[in-house]
Ligand binder design. Structure first.
Ligand code: LLP
Length: 451
């Protein structure tokens, strides 16, 4: 559970109030983002509110490019982590590409200025319409996840009169130690990827299909992985495949090792990218393959906070509840993955008693919480709290459940705050709905004489 992850250590890190590689800092007791006070943003734009550190995002992109840039390298940012246009715009401007999973993400990526030749398209259930959209856009590669999809893609490519660029997404049958079962994708029982033997047979059997242009190979073993080791096992599997394929004359351009590089939700360091690079770069350099990585969380996770205002305090039985205006509709990670997020007061109040509390939202679900059994200074109603490391899978997984408008988003850059998405209105919630005319009597007419 959220409360069982070594809270002592975590709350000590939280007390320090500053995060490595992050633009969020406490200055004279107040949390700021690159000099902008979070409390002021909450007052100006309202809560719940997502605030992003633009420079932090840019630093992470640059870090990947520096660490892996020794060999031909494409950072294909995973749009699902945070697909807001302004964020995508900044990432595209740094020369990165995009990893997408739907026609919607394709459109977002194109509008934000990602060149199509830097876009890779994954997903187990791409529709015909999505395959057509990707082909017409001229994307770098489709990451195909089943024999059936490969067949559909070949057919669509034939109809469209152009060969489809393809990489098969392989299931390497690697166990990945992620914090929750829902974020593991590399084991045989997962719906993702094609088993090694089948994938290899597909490369061989379809090598002469004029509608398919095999460009690469792809694996993604899970999310929030803190060690290099599972990646190296997946790399080993994939290298074996590309070596065997190359020996039989099927030469690919790139190896895509997916994303999933862990960040420090506890305030500590994330996965050691430099250590990973030391292992990954030499075998690729030796064989002359381009490397593609698809980080999402590592790029935007630590660069975002969710600001929420305390509405009420409530004590019931043995529990203390801090009731906030944000909950699972704004940030579903605690509820859905038992994900841990540090929660800090935006303004420190000296002398606030420390309590063990559940931080809960207003949604009518017992599973609606941001933290459970969390040691924290007792806030007062009206105080603003910052839920840390919320830049990834925060807004993108927000919902309108309980008819709650989704929150606004602000991007801080050069000590200026830009509203990059206005808060939804109640009107927005009903957009697209229609009420058909009622039938004349309201019920099926009774036949005369019937009871
Ligand atoms: N590539 C593929 C094929 C993926 O499926 C994913 C994530 C990524 C890259 C990026 O993974 P990242 O670097 O962001 O970990 N909602 C969950 C995470 C689900 C990840 C789904 N796929 C969470 O909040 O933890």
């Amino acid at each position: 559970m959220g409360g069982s992850l070594g809270e002592g250590v975590l709350s000590r890190a939280a007390e320090e109030g500053s995060v490595p590689r992050s633009g969020f800092r406490r200055v004279e007791g107040r949390l700021t983002c690159r000099g902008v006070e979070l409390e002021e943003l909450a007052a100006e734009f309202g809560t719940p509110l997502y605030v992003y550190d633009g420079e932090g995002i840019e630093e992470q992109v640059a870090r990947f490019q520096a660490v892996f840039g020794e060999i031909p390298f494409l950072l294909a940012y995973s749009v699902k982590a945070n697909g807001s246009l302004a964020i995508l715009d900044r990432i595209a401007a740094l020369g990165a590409g995009a990893d997408i999973v739907s026609a919607g993400e394709l459109e977002r990526a194109l509008r934000a200025g990602f060149p199509p030749e830097k876009i890779v398209f994954a997903g187990v259930g791409k529709t015909r319409a999505e395959l057509i959209a990707g082909l017409r856009a001229g994307i770098r590669s489709f990451h195909v996840e089943s024999a059936g999809e490969l067949e559909s893609l070949s057919r669509v490519a034939h109809e469209e009169g152009r060969a489809a660029p393809v990489g098969l997404r392989v299931n390497p049958d690697v166990e990945s130690p992620t914090p929750h079962a829902y974020t593991r994708t590399g084991h045989a029982a997962s719906k993702f990827g094609i088993p090694v033997e089948e994938a290899e047979a597909l490369y061989r059997n379809r090598a002469d299909d004029p509608n398919l242009d095999f460009r690469g190979i792809d694996v993604h073993i899970g999310s929030q992985i803190m060690e290099a080791e599972p990646y190296l096992r997946a790399l080993h599997v994939v290298l074996g495949m590309v070596d065997r394929l190359a020996a039989s004359g099927i030469r690919l351009e790139y190896l895509d090792l997916g994303g999933g590089f862990g960040v420090g939700y506890d305030g500590g360091a994330g996965l050691d990218l430099e250590a990973l690079a030391r292992e990954v770069i030499p075998p690729l350099a030796e064989r002359g393959y381009e490397l593609i990585l698809e980080p999402g969380r590592t790029v935007v996770g630590e660069a975002g906070v969710l600001l929420t205002r305390v509405l009420y305090l409530k004590r019931s039985g043995i529990k203390t509840f801090v009731i906030t205006d944000a909950g699972m509709t704004e940030l579903i990670r605690p509820s859905h993955y038992e994900g841990f997020h540090r929660i800090l007061p935006v303004r420190e109040s000296a002398g606030a008693p420390r309590v063990i509390a559940d931080v809960v939202g207003p949604i009518c679900e017992s599973g609606d919480f941001l933290a459970r059994d969390r040691e924290m200074p007792l806030p007062r109603p009206g105080d603003v709290l910052a839920v840390k490391t919320a830049g990834a899978y925060g807004f993108t997984m927000a919902s309108n459940y309980n008819a709650r408008p989704r929150p606004a988003e602000v991007l801080v850059e050069g000590a200026e705050a830009h509203l990059i998405r206005r808060r939804e209105s109640v009107e927005d919630l009903m957009r697209g709905e229609t009420i058909p005319p009622r039938r004349a009597s309201g019920r099926a007419p009774k036949r005369p004489g019937s009871p």
